[in-house]
Design a protein around this ligand. Sequence first.
Ligand SMILES: [Fe+2]
Length: 166
Amino acid sequence: MPPKKKLTTPFHSRIDLPEDTRNAIGLILNERLADFLDLERQAKQAHWNVKGPNFGPLHALFDEVAALAVGWADDLAERAVQLGCVAEGTLGVIAKRSRLPECPLQAPDATAWVHQVAEALAFCANAARADIEEADAADDAITADLLTRITGEADKQLWMVESHLA
Ligand SMILES: [Fe+2]
């Protein structure tokens, strides 16, 4: 699989995948890393600023999304490094690379915060889902498995958030 663009020349790795494959998968992993770190920031923004009669449950739910996003991001970053790539998780890189919808500092009401977090979470889950096939096609079953697990957990969390909109 040819790389979409050169990320960082992979370091030596004894993992027996071709360098081009490791580079291409590293790029995917860093794209998803930026999304999930942005999701963590957005969920915390909602956690801090949500108001209204459902404050308690939403405050807790948004914190749970943030904590899960950090865990998913950590696994994505560490897989990139395992493949010999650099994990790029600084705020400057995240701001440039994340394709999530922009998060406002304040939302008009609690429902708007639920929509915001649901959109961000869905974007992350759907992007990870789309990359499973690419990892499979590159014969990187470990990354495909990681993305499958993360997508499943993110889908479940999306259900928890979307249920507040029923
Ligand atoms: Fe808190």
